[in-house]
Design a protein around this ligand. Structure first.
Ligand code: IDP
Ligand code: MG
Length: 154
């Protein structure tokens, strides 16, 4: 089975608004396996590394203040085509235009305070998982009911 891993960051706005459980539940219900989870404080240095593609943008100073203001929750999920499927569940960056049923579409109306980060490619996911988790903080385990989640050839 082509299992992949993707990194989620449940951003400080979601924590302030009491949405952490709601967000994690969506990925569990879809069938993803949680293989890592920790609360952390994003530093300015970590923000500049994680958002390196945005450091020159006019909104970057506000983004950095926002993501470093309070702790966030980092989660690694595993499952079939995780990177692409997680992005579909998350919805587009501008939550105002995100379809209902997506995390951003249901829970935010902002391009900035959009409650969640998700890796955008397999390569990025591998880098981002290493950025936030040490190898011993990630877990390999089997679902006891795996055959109810995927067929043998998936
Ligand atoms: P993504 O989170 O959908 O992958 P990116 O372009 O990687 O989107 O941007 C990272 C984060 O930066 C967004 O989730 C959002 O919080 C913030 N951001 C992106 N574009 C804008 C913008 O035009 N205005 C304000 N904040 C933005
Ligand atoms: Mg991105």
């Amino acid at each position: 089975m082509a299992q992949e891993r993707s990194l989620l960051l449940i951003k400080p706005d979601a924590i302030q608004r009491g949405l952490v459980g709601n967000i994690i539940a969506r990925f569990e219900k879809k069938g993803f396996k949680i293989v890592g989870m920790r609360m952390l404080q994003m530093t300015k240095e970590l923000s500049k590394e994680h958002y390196a593609h945005l450091v020159g943008k006019p909104f970057y100073p506000d983004l950095e203040r926002f993501v470093t203001e309070h702790p966030l929750v980092a989660v690694v999920v595993e499952g079939k085509e995780a990177v692409e499927v997680v992005r579909l569940i998350v919805g587009p960056t501008n939550a105002s235009k995100a379809p209902g049923g997506t995390v951003r579409g249901d829970l935010s109306n902002s391009t900035s305070r959009n409650v969640i980060h998700a890796s955008d490619s397999k390569e990025t996911a591998e880098k981002e998982i290493r950025r936030f988790f040490k190898p011993h903080e990630l877990f390999d385990y089997k679902f006891a009911n795996a055959h109810y989640r995927y067929a043998a050839d998936e």
